[in-house]
Ligand binder design. Structure first.
Ligand SMILES: [Mg+2]
Length: 135
């Protein structure tokens, strides 16, 4: 699917899943102030519910790896089964020392990953690059 031209008023929508309230606040502030619409959930189970709903439009998923109910790997593997989400990029946020999970995330198709604590500027740069907005 072609990306809309940058001069349109279509705001890109990002689904964010993280169980830590302060991370959600940081991400919401960062993404909202950068011109994205943000849909925020606390767990991978909620993220998968949203993704299964074909009426919801998303341009990118940003997911934590460690979450209580369904984790980031569950999001990736569940997403792979959704025909209507084919090609939707997923960026994974990991804590330090989760190298095995990082490798699994990449194997499951993660577009990119960042280690917490992440630099907001770096994260935004990666997102823009993945969405083809890099200047
Ligand atoms: Mg977590």
């Amino acid at each position: 699917m072609a990306q809309p031209p940058r001069d349109t008023q279509v705001r890109r929508r990002i689904l964010v899943a993280d169980d830590e309230p302060h991370i959600r606040r940081v991400l919401e502030t960062l993404l909202d102030s950068s011109g994205f619409d943000v849909d925020m959930v606390c767990d991978g189970a909620e993220a998968l519910q949203r993704l299964q709903d074909a009426s919801l439009r998303y341009d990118l998923v940003l997911t934590d790896l460690m979450m209580p109910e369904r984790d980031g790997l569950d999001v990736l593997s569940g997403l792979a089964e959704l025909e209507h989400r084919r090609g939707l990029p997923v960026v994974v946020l990991t804590a330090k020392g989760q190298d095995a999970d990082r490798a699994r995330a990449v194997a499951l198709g993660a577009a990119d990953f960042l280690t917490k604590p992440f630099s907001p500027k770096k994260l935004l740069g990666r997102i823009l690059q993945i969405l083809g907005d890099e200047t």
